[in-house]
Design a protein around this ligand. Structure first.
Ligand SMILES: Nc1nc2c(c(=O)[nH]1)N[C@H]1C(S)=C(S)[C@@H](COP(=O)(O)O)O[C@H]1N2
Ligand SMILES: [Mo]
Length: 386
């Protein structure tokens, strides 16, 4: 009994402190809600890039759109970690309220907090672990991350619905009777400032993986995008992909097959001779790092013309790699991407012949494509009517 009373007193003392009151919870809730919204929308866009809906072909312009959306996805995800910790710490004394619920509606609202908290913790943990290339799980990360995001957003919408009026009241009532912190304890301002600084430091030290100006400050970034052959990181080397021999073989032929008037075969030196298009395009990995480079190659639309595909024929193109297996050994170009003059099979990057690790003899590079779709060591373009 005594212990229970002591717990009650501790809880009531805590709830009276501004760092644990409704106003602090509301401010952190809004910051979290904004971050989650950005993360969810950019994450959904990344999902659409990799699992396109037939009715919504991803356009190839603006060329750097995916670089921006995925950079934002990972940056806001990282910044959300201190915000979520702060929010949970701010509201945890409420867990000790007695009775825990005051009716059926309140019980339903409380139960929805469980998927919200568990989902948010799972998303942040799995996301940070994934970009750190630490896979302490047996499931396939993108699918789990995607479905848990829907559950979490559903729970978040329910939570916002339940809490909107309380949050509005807490924010519009400035003369809150318990707003002042006891002397010597952390006040709301100090607490929120500390959380803001933590989120800012995480962002600034992560964003160097995509913003060159912040590169010297990279600490949490998983990649320095300027480290790698030819100034571009290597995500899977030729050795890892098992293509060293086939890619360097003089018998290599690029084939253009499928719905074409005449199948085409080109050698590596044919490709080199035809490669006159130059474009500045980013490699933008789903992991959040990105780097822009100057590519030289043969536009896919010229290769289609060589195979007798009429310029106004809407076609999709499947891009196949020499790599025998692995998730990223092939990708699709929709009819908009296939006709963009900067979608090309590149043979050179930053003024040098493509390194074997970057996809020699030729690799796909196109505007506004997720890194996983920029297939390396291309051996075949399979054309299908769109
Ligand atoms: N054949 C093949 N192409 C691939 C991959 C792969 O594993 N196999 N990885 C992709 C990923 S995830 C990225 S981010 C880019 C990176 O290209 P880079 O190694 O030249 O920087 O290549 C893409 N192309
Ligand atoms: Mo990637």
């Amino acid at each position: 009994m005594k212990a229970l009373r002591a717990l009650e007193t501790a809880r009531d003392d805590a709830l009276r402190r501004p760092v644990h009151d409704a106003r602090t919870a509301a401010i952190l809730g809004i910051a979290l809600g904004v971050c989650f919204l950005i993360c969810f929308l950019t994450g959904f866009y990344s999902h659409l890039q990799q699992h396109p809906a037939g009715w919504l072909p991803i356009p190839p312009r603006p060329a750097s759109l995916y670089r921006v959306t995925q950079g934002l996805h990972v940056a806001t995800g990282f910044a959300t970690v201190p915000l979520l910790v702060a929010k949970l710490w701010s509201v945890y004394p409420r867990l000790f309220r007695w009775p825990p619920v005051s009716g059926a509606a309140h019980a339903a609202e409380r139960i929805m907090v469980l998927p919200l908290v568990c989902g948010a913790v799972f998303l942040l943990f799995s996301g940070v672990a994934n970009v750190s290339r630490w896979y302490p799980w047996g499931f396939y990360f993108p699918a789990a991350h995607y479905w848990v995001a829907w559950i979490t957003v559903g729970a978040l919408v329910a939570h916002i619905g339940a809490k909107a009026s309380a949050a509005r009241a807490a924010l519009t009532r400035p003369g809150h009777p318990v707003a002042a912190a006891a002397p010597g304890t952390l006040g709301r301002r100090g607490f929120l400032a500390a959380v803001g600084v933590a989120a800012g430091v995480v962002t600034v030290t992560t964003a160097g993986q995509t913003l060159p100006a912040l590169r010297p400050l990279t600490l949490f970034a998983q990649r320095r995008p300027d480290i790698g052959a030819q100034g571009v990181p290597v995500n899977r080397s030729a050795i890892q992909a098992g293509v060293v021999e086939t890619a360097s073989d003089p018998a290599f032929r690029l084939r253009i097959t499928g719905a074409v008037a005449r199948p085409v075969e080109l050698t590596a030196s044919d490709l080199d001779r035809l490669a006159r298009r130059e474009a500045e395009l980013p490699i933008a990995c789903v992991e959040g790092w990105s780097v822009s480079a100057c590519w030289r190659g043969v536009p896919v639309t010229e290769l289609l013309a060589a195979a007798g595909v009429a310029p106004d024929d809407d076609v999709d193109v499947r891009v196949e790699s020499l790599q025998a297996d692995g998730r990223y050994r092939a990708s699709e170009l929709n009819h908009l991407q296939a006709r963009d003059p900067d979608t090309m099979l590149a043979v050179a990057v930053n003024g040098e012949r493509l390194d074997l690790d970057h996809g020699y003899p030729c690799r796909l590079i196109g505007p506004n494509r997720a890194g996983v779709l920029q297939t390396k060591w291309v051996r075949e373009l399979v054309v299908t009517p769109a």
